[in-house]
Write a protein that binds this ligand. Structure first.
Ligand SMILES: [Zn+2]
Length: 177
């Protein structure tokens, strides 16, 4: 019954994305336990942007000044850079991570700007030899960051835009061609 846990993203229910895009690009205070995921498939290139509350990634959101906190942030960055462990594609799609970047306002940026809420932001790019075979994308962020319980996903493929919410037991994004 695994398919019951899959989240269907369907072009027929394309939503207006104005609100979601705004929430992602801005620095509005986040909700702890909830992250943002933006996925764009353009030809063979699939890009993923992730924003997660510091509270869920390292357990704090103040500037990391002491060595212990700085090390926590560095370890979290390393986890976030392991693109292949966070996102799992169907083998037949032949997707390969070609870029992974991570940053955090806990070590850079302006604390006031975040209203006391620090984030981790990561960007990924995958090259998929057979993009029509992507089918499903399994997101493993919930396993790496256990206090995370929701990921708000915006998916853009070609002319289709849709939005959904992933949960620890519903962590599969289904692509519909
Ligand atoms: Zn916060």
């Amino acid at each position: 019954m695994r398919n019951n846990f899959a989240v269907m993203i369907c072009g027929l229910i394309a939503l207006s994305l104005a609100g979601g895009v705004q929430a992602q690009s801005g620095h509005a205070p986040h909700t702890h336990g909830e992250g943002e995921l933006s996925i764009v498939l353009d030809g063979s290139l699939l890009t993923i942007d992730v924003s997660l509350p510091g509270a869920d990634v390292v357990g704090f959101e103040h500037k990391a000044k002491h060595e212990e906190d700085i090390n926590k942030v560095r370890n979290a960055m390393a986890s976030l850079l392991a693109a292949d462990k966070l996102f799992q594609f169907q083998n037949s799609a032949a997707c390969e991570a070609i870029e992974a970047k991570a940053k955090s306002s806990l070590i850079e940026g302006d604390e006031d700007h975040d209203h006391g809420h620090g984030d981790f932001d990561a960007e990924y790019a995958f090259r998929c030899a057979s993009p029509s075979e992507i089918g499903e994308l399994t997101v493993k962020l919930f396993e790496i960051f256990p206090s995370l319980h929701e990921l708000h996903v915006v998916l853009v493929t070609g002319s289709t835009q849709s939005a959904t919410t992933l949960k620890p037991n519903e962590n599969i994004i289904r692509f519909v061609n």
